[in-house]
Design a protein around this ligand. Structure first.
Ligand code: 5AD
Ligand code: SF4
Length: 478
């Protein structure tokens, strides 16, 4: 199978640049050089926006399309089917998609029979507007309706508007084998659950992705084994809240262990953890298996207990700090990253100072930082006025970013002189003469190839010689 690469800059939660964190919603990315359709077959063009979960969904969509006989193109002007897999988490994520849809009008002009579809979270949230506004969209498919794509496309091809945004309580796509078009052949993602039951007051996800449901562990383990057989060396288990994974008798700690046991050569990561749900069992499992990376993404959102209460996060500042202490007690060398929102409803300067002091205290290895953007339908939109001035939200965000940048630089600089085990993922973006990969802590490490016969997928010990806030540079140990 031809492996495609993503053509544009993509947000990878595991390797972000802080400069990208003001708005983590990345550019859409299209598949490149994918399996070509035969002469009579049809071609699809897909762009993906949003979180890693969406990228994982795109791999399921690609699988459904492949079964329909579609090939893939990276040129929207040659596509019979143009799909945008969308994100609704913040207002500007949606704005980007609207602008993109306007730009796609030229595709319709050149090829009037091209079917244009919107998938994912925006589809669920905005079905009516998507169909009406400027008559741009032929097809709207929500996150639980990907199996219905063949029927929906057929309907759209006859000139009818076609929609399925029904949410399901059971759908996990467990039996659909994702097509890993956007992969480097070394690291991969496995979706272990869908939806979210947490109802944080700022968040639209429970509405767009529906109720939480976990996938059969056997299908997850089998998918991981297949990846190992194909030469992959790292899997990230994905879910909105992996700590509440539960399928019959299997909880998340047990699932993690099952995946870790597949091969000591397979690195295992997971995302996202919820501070209120992550338990000692998970931490002990991480400590027990060397191939489970010492890295936890543990979104704090705010450092103020009062704001956390308004956010309905289910923990206080003290609870969160105890959790971080517990993590460091059980896994002394564990990196923790986070998500932060500034300027949430009623946030005062005092609350903001508490967020800054939390950032200072926790020493996150990385953070995704956003200013609050009200999402229609959420509890916050219904109940609390969005009363922090935009300029103040942005100012507070800039302060958090500046502080986090400083801490990240300090963490990176402290690595100089140390040696770490790196899994090579491919060429460095800047130079074909350098390899890049990540260490256990999820730090990106770049080092010269120096004519060695190393290749992507190899583990290598690298001595760190230089650092910036987002990358480490080093040399292979002889
Ligand atoms: N405004 C700003 N940021 C948000 N997030 C979720 N909803 C919103 C919102 N309405 C952030 C949270 C979450 C991350 C994925 O996106 O920090 O953890
Ligand atoms: Fe949204 Fe909270 Fe669920 Fe995360 S845990 S997806 S922030 S509702």
């Amino acid at each position: 199978m031809n492996k495609g690469k993503i053509t544009q800059k993509v947000f990878v939660p595991e390797a972000p640049g802080l400069e990208k964190t003001i708005d983590e919603t990345r550019q859409g990315s299209a598949f490149e050089d994918l399996r070509q359709a035969g002469p009579k077959a049809r071609n699809a063009y897909i762009e993906t926006y949003g979180c890693q979960m969406n990228f994982s969904d795109t791999e399921i969509i690609a699988s459904v399309l492949t079964d329909m006989g579609y090939g893939f193109t990276q040129d929207e002007l040659t596509a019979d089917l143009v799909l945008l897999n969308t994100c609704a988490i913040r207002e500007n994520a949606e704005e980007k998609v609207w602008n993109r849809l306007k730009a796609l009008k030229r595709v319709k002009k050149t090829r009037p029979n091209t079917v244009v579809g919107v998938m994912g979270c925006m589809a669920e949230r905005l079905k009516a507007q998507l169909m009406d506004r400027e008559q741009l969209v032929d097809l709207v498919v929500g996150p639980d309706a990907y199996r219905d794509i063949p029927r929906l496309v057929e309907e759209a091809e006859t000139g009818q508007k076609s929609v399925n945004v029904l949410l399901s309580r059971e759908e996990t796509y467990a039996d659909i084998s994702p097509i890993r078009l956007n992969s480097n052949g070394v690291t991969s993602f496995i979706s272990i659950m869908r939806g979210c039951d947490n109802m944080c007051s700022f968040c639209v996800v429970p509405f767009t992705r529906g109720r939480e449901r976990s996938r059969d562990p056997e299908s997850i383990v089998n998918e991981a084994k297949e990846l190992v057989a194909q030469g992959y060396k790292e899997v990230t288990l994905l879910g909105q809240n992996v700590d509440s994974y539960h399928y019959e008798d299997t909880n998340f700690a047990q699932l993690l262990e099952k995946v870790a046991l597949i091969s000591p050569d397979l690195r295992v990561r997971f995302s996202t953890s919820h501070p209120k749900d992550i338990v000692d069992d998970v931490l002990h499992t991480m400590a027990k298996y060397e191939n489970i990376c010492n890295y936890i993404h543990l979104p704090v959102q705010s450092g103020s207990s009062r704001i956390l209460e308004v956010m309905r996060r289910g923990y206080s500042r003290e609870w969160y700090m105890n959790k971080v202490n517990r993590i460091r007690e059980i896994i002394p060398d564990c990196s923790i990253s986070t998500d932060i929102i500034t300027g949430f409803c009623s946030e005062t300067e005092e609350d903001h100072q508490e967020t800054l002091s939390m950032v200072e205290w926790a020493r996150y290895s990385m953070a995704f930082m956003f200013f609050y953007s009200e999402r229609p339908g959420t509890l916050a939109a219904r109940k609390y006025p969005d009363d922090v001035d935009l300029e103040i939200k942005k100012q507070r965000l800039a302060e958090v970013i500046e502080l986090q940048n400083r801490i990240q630089r300090e963490i990176s600089f402290a690595c100089i002189g140390k040696t770490c085990k790196v899994l090579i993922e491919g060429n460095s973006k800047r130079s074909q003469d350098d390899w890049c990969g990540r260490n256990d802590h999820n730090q990106m490490v770049i080092f010269p190839k120096n004519g060695s016969d190393l290749k992507p997928g190899d583990y290598v010990m690298v001595k760190i010689t230089e650092a910036t806030s987002i990358t480490l540079k080093g040399e292979v140990m002889a």
